[in-house]
Structures are given as structure tokens and as C-alpha cells.
Design a protein around this ligand. Structure first.
Ligand code: MF3
Ligand code: CO
Length: 261
């Protein structure tokens, strides 16, 4: 099914949803410090969403054979790539990097964003990985213009990551966002050749198209595995990862980032 194009009125609501997500991120960013648990971060995010009349998208989400997701955010420390479950036993330590992802429903529409944050002083290599991931997201957003296709966005991400010397997570993609958290199109962080087993629909970018772009960069090899909790995905070689995500809308005037403050 072709991506659903949103009207100006729908984009206004999505912008409001995006601002709520941004407010939750701001609250978490300010709280992140050595000693904080990822459960405490989750509670902060849920409180912000509720205060704005929004609901968490991840809570209870159960795609495929996954158990229902038990929290508002995902919190991934260091080698954890995605879907880290918040816990009162996971304590942030000086030198960690923590990736936080949150999405909300507001008046029937979704906003979805993720950021990686330093915990206290971090290594230069961690800082460099974070910066490269932000740069890859910026490149993908810049490529999100009418006249381009999804493959141009994917290639912009891949090129930026490669230039920085990092791999991208190949099995996880960005996604259309609207009344559902996951819609068409899929927005990958690399683009396969014609003979590849993996193929994605290469939609033309049209005004009113809305999607989340979410580069996940890896300092080492891009081989991943899922932990026994049924959710947390980590790099097999234990190498560091970073993840930045924004929800954007395609417009005649260029990309609109819906999840900015
Ligand atoms: N932002 C992620 C995504 O777009 C988060 C899903 S997390 C889950 O798929 F926990 F809900 F699965
Ligand atoms: Co997302």
C-alpha cells in the first residue's frame, strides 16, 4: 500500500505530537547522569506524555512473536542497539552512552524520536560515533525533498555513515508515521543492489508524506543478536552503537522536522 499523504490539518496535529515527544526528550536529557536508572527515565517520559494528554506508543506493542513491550521508552546503553527495556536495576554509569527512543499518540497521530546522550564524561570515540550518527540523520533529512525517492534518503544515510567509518544496522529501518506508529514507507539506512535478497519499495517522495528516519550506527561489525528478554538487541562483538531519530514531513518547501521542540 502506498504511503498515506497527510493534509495540512493532519500535519498540525502531528507537529503537536512531535513537540510532546521533544518535551519528553528534553526532560530526560536534563535528568541523565551517573546513578540514574533507566526505569527512572521511563517514568519521567510517561509523566510528560500524560501531562500533555498523550499516550505512549510502545507500551503493550507486540509485533510478531515478541511479548508485549512493557514500557514507554526504550533505553539502550553502549552495545545495546535498540529495544532495551528500562529497568530499576540498570544504572547509568559515567562514560556510558544511552540511546533513548520514545513515541506518543496525540489526538490520533504519532510522533517518534530518539537521541543518544553522554553520561558524564565519555571517550572521544563515543563522542565521535554520536556525532557521526547525528550527521547521518541530518544528511537523510536533507535528502527528504520532493523529486527524491526513499532510495536517495537511504543512500544519503549510508554515505554519511561510511564517510565517518561506521557501519549501519542493516536489519532495522525507519518507517512511515501517521495514525499508526509503523506505516509505509520503510526508510532503511542503506540501499541494496538489484540482486540482493532484501528489497524495499522505492517510493517517490510527495508532499504530505511523513516518516521517521532513524540511523543506527555501529563502531564495529554490524552483526546483531537479541537477548533472552525477547526485545533487547545488541552488537555481537560488543561494539558501541548510537541512534538518532526524527519524524519528518515532506513539503514543497523542504523537509519539516516534526519532533523538534
Ligand atoms: N522507534 C522504534 C520503532 O520505530 C521503537 C519501537 S520500540 C518498541 O520501531 F519497543 F515499541 F518496539
Ligand atoms: Co521509530
Amino acid at each position: 500500500m502506498a504511503p498515506v499523504l497527510k493534509t495540512t490539518d493532519e500535519l498540525k496535529i502531528m507537529r503537536a505530537a512531535g513537540r510532546i515527544v521533544a518535551a519528553a526528550h528534553e526532560e530526560m536529557r536534563r535528568a541523565i547522569a551517573p546513578g540514574l536508572t533507566t526505569k527512572a527515565l521511563d517514568t519521567l517520559a510517561l509523566t510528560v506524555l500524560r501531562d500533555h494528554g498523550a499516550d505512549p506508543c510502545f507500551l503493550g506493542y507486540a509485533p510478531g512473536d515478541h511479548p508485549p513491550y512493557p514500557a514507554t521508552i526504550t533505553a539502550c546503553i553502549n552495545q545495546e542497539l535498540v529495544h532495551g527495556i528500562p529497568s530499576a536495576e540498570r544504572i547509568l554509569e559515567e562514560g556510558d552512552i544511552v540511546s533513548v527512543d520514545v513515541a506518543c499518540f496525540y489526538q490520533g497521530y504519532v510522533g517518534d524520536a530518539a537521541f543518544t546522550h553522554p553520561v558524564g564524561e565519555i571517550s572521544r570515540s563515543a563522542r565521535r560515533l554520536m556525532k557521526a550518527t547525528e550527521n547521518a540523520l541530518a544528511a537523510a533529512i536533507a535528502a527528504s525533498v520532493v523529486g527524491n525517492r526513499i532510495s536517495d534518503v537511504a543512500k544519503a544515510t549510508a554515505k554519511s555513515a561510511a564517510r565517518s567509518g561506521y557501519s549501519v544496522a542493516r536489519e532495522y529501518t525507519g518507517h512511515g508515521v501517521g495514525q499508526a506508529m509503523h506505516e509505509e514507507p520503510q526508510v532503511p539506512n542503506w540501499w541494496p543492489g538489484k540482486k540482493s535478497k532484501v528489497q524495499w519499495q522505492d517510493y517517490e517522495l510527495l508532499p504530505g508524506m511523513t516518516y521517521a528516519i532513524e540511523p543506527m550506527l555501529i563502531a564495529g561489525r554490524p552483526d546483531l543478536m537479541e537477548l533472552a528478554d525477547g526485545w533487547t538487541v545488541v552488537t555481537k562483538d560488543g561494539s558501541l552503537t548510537a541512534h538518532f531519530e526524527h519524524t519528518v514531513a515532506i513539503s514543497e518547501d523542504g523537509p519539516l522536522v516534526l519532533t523538534l521542540p
